[in-house]
Design a protein around this ligand. Structure first.
Ligand SMILES: Cc1cc2nc3c(=O)[nH]c(=O)nc-3n(C[C@H](O)[C@H](O)[C@H](O)COP(=O)(O)OP(=O)(O)OC[C@H]3O[C@@H](n4cnc5c(N)ncnc54)[C@H](O)[C@@H]3O)c2cc1C
Length: 505
């Protein structure tokens, strides 16, 4: 088909307005395609979502913003400036870490403050500081390597990586250690080991199973900052919405795609639940790869088997509380550690069990943005990572609620006294809700798990192996989950479509 309303005369349907879909839509429009974005929900953003209850403004999805450069480059592609659409504020301290024995340790971007924090640990402070510096230097090397190829070139497979990095893939990129293994080699201190292991949160995997180079995640935070989107995280989606409107990209909300139409080895467009058919030259799918092949393309079991290595990352029990008391000891981002983090990783990622004593992430956004709760009240979001839904043996709602009680018990024990008593608003999302809301694979919150043995930490490729004009974007596709990765993915998908277009010309 051809489209007269764009410089290239070609139509692209983007299925899903999560960050990967939004980024692909903007980038493809900038490349001269006629783009139409089709989203099943009533608003754009996907997992970047919000809910207002009785004066509390809850960010239902992401709360930590990193790597602003990957967002800025999207606006640059569109010939605009991000700061005209979205404003960022630095968050300090980055993280506050609480341990069961009472130790509280903050992470600061400011190195003098960070050095001071390390004095709280037992042992020689100079040694801790030196080990921290060496760890950052190691993370920086890994980041620079991953950034120049895997990120910047949008590499998708081991073969593409080998072609780009050549010997450096083996000699420089750390996959001989696991993420935990590399941390153990750098730090003697058990608290620092647990903190740096938990940076794996950003991709919802296990530090035991992810390769060493994933330690670039802590470096990213120290070198490029940790940010809050002014006015609430959803203002990022609002900024993207305005960008799409300024560019004139068509967006259809409340429109679920039921089928991607195919003819031999090409796709021809999509059919909506309403029955309407939208023809297209290219389809870019932001619905996750496995559910999309299964539900929208009805691929046979033999084909689906090849995708099994793209196992979902963790899910989460997302607990939003409004309290009639302010918990002064909390920073904006807080972590309450498991007594045995190995056991936590093992329960969630190996045994598929709800953890007995999870490491808990807790956000209290009013530290940066007082508008998120009525005066004198606190807005608290609690997120333990838990296994994705096992369709053969799903956890019951009662089991999820029992975990919620264990989590609140732990927080009360660790200093949030009478949290239950002071709760005036409560809203909980289970993996079942997350799967239904976003069509995510088994309720995954970060797309595909990063597991060296299973998939060498690769996510699915951006171009379909079966249909040459079908592409994927978002957390289930390289470079993977987390907001900056999804935003980068959409830009790199656009580059792939342009390449494919050149091939077909
Ligand atoms: C609780 C939680 C906390 C998180 N915390 C952080 C964090 O602090 N920092 C961070 O960087 N990241 C975080 N993440 C991860 C981050 O939100 C995601 O990785 C990212 O937003 C995913 O973007 P995506 O492109 O994969 O699209 P998704 O957000 O998965 O969106 C996909 C979109 O496609 C739509 N769709 C699906 N199927 C269809 C269909 N058939 N027809 C039409 N539309 C369809 C869905 O409705 C949805 O809008 C968090 C996620 C969650 C849930």
């Amino acid at each position: 088909m051809s489209s007269s309303s764009s410089p290239r005369g070609k139509k692209v349907i983007v299925v899903g307005a999560g960050l990967g879909g939004l980024s692909a839509a903007v980038s493809l429009h900038a490349e001269g395609f006629d783009v139409e974005l089709v989203e099943k929900n009533e608003r754009i953003g996907g997992k970047l979502n919000f809910k207002e209850i009785d004066g509390f403004g809850f960010d239902l999805g992401p709360s930590i913003f990193t790597l602003p450069q990957f967002f800025e480059s999207l606006w640059e592609r569109a010939g605009k400036k991000m700061e005209d659409y979205v404003q960022l504020e630095p968050v300090t301290p980055h993280w506050r870490n609480f341990f069961e024995d009472g130790l509280v340790l903050d992470l600061y971007e400011e190195m003098d403050q960070m050095q001071k924090e390390l004095e709280k640990l037992q042992g020689d402070p100079e040694k801790h500081w030196k080990q921290f510096q060496q760890f950052l230097a190691y993370g920086r090397d890994q980041y620079e390597l991953v950034d120049e190829g895997y990120f910047a070139e949008g590499l998708d497979t081991l073969w593409e990586m080998l072609r780009y990095y050549k010997l450096r893939l083996i000699t420089k990129m750390d996959h001989s250690n696991s993420m935990s293994g590399a941390i153990e080699k750098h730090f003697d201190d058990p608290y620092l080991r647990m903190i740096f292991e938990y940076f794996i949160k950003y991709v919802g995997s296990s530090a035991k199973d992810a390769p060493g180079y994933m330690n670039l995640m802590s470096l990213i935070q120290f070198d490029y900052g940790l940010w809050y989107v002014k006015g609430g995280m959803y203002n990022l989606a609002r900024g993207l919405d305005k960008l799409l409107a300024d560019l004139g990209v068509k967006v259809r909300l409340d429109s679920e795609v039921e089928k991607i139409n195919q003819s031999g080895k090409t796709v021809t467009g999509v059919t909506l639940k309403s029955g309407e058919t939208l023809p297209a030259d290219y389809v870019v799918c932001n619905m996750e790869v496995i559910p999309a092949y299964k539900k929208l393309l009805s691929e046979p079991p033999k084909f689906m088997k090849k995708l099994e290595k793209y196992k979902p990352a963790c899910s989460g029990l997302v607990i939003h509380l409004g309290t009639d008391k302010i918990y002064d000891q909390l920073a904006h981002h807080n972590f309450f550690y498991s007594k045995n983090q190995n056991k936590h990783f093992d329960s969630v990622f190996q045994q598929g069990k709800l953890p007995e004593d999870p490491t808990i992430y807790l956000v209290a956004p009013t530290r940066t943005d007082p508008s998120k709760a009525p005066e004198g009240h606190d807005n608290i979001k609690i997120l333990p990572h838990i296994p994705p839904i096992d369709p053969e043996n799903p956890h019951t709602h009662e089991e999820y609620m029992a975990l919620k009680e264990r989590v609140i018990d732990k927080l009360e024990r660790m200093g949030l006294t009478d949290l239950r008593k002071h709760t005036v608003v409560e809203d909980v999302l289970t993996p079942v809700d997350i799967e239904q809301m976003y069509n995510s694979n088994q309720g995954s919150i970060y797309g595909v798990v990063s597991d060296w043995k299973l998939n060498q930490a690769f996510k699915a490729p951006k171009q379909s192996s079966k249909y040459k004009n079908l592409f994927f974007t978002g957390g289930s596709v390289n470079p993977g989950g987390g907001m900056p990765m999804a935003i980068l993915c959409g830009q790199k998908v656009s580059d792939r479509v342009v390449k494919q277009e050149a091939k077909m010309a």
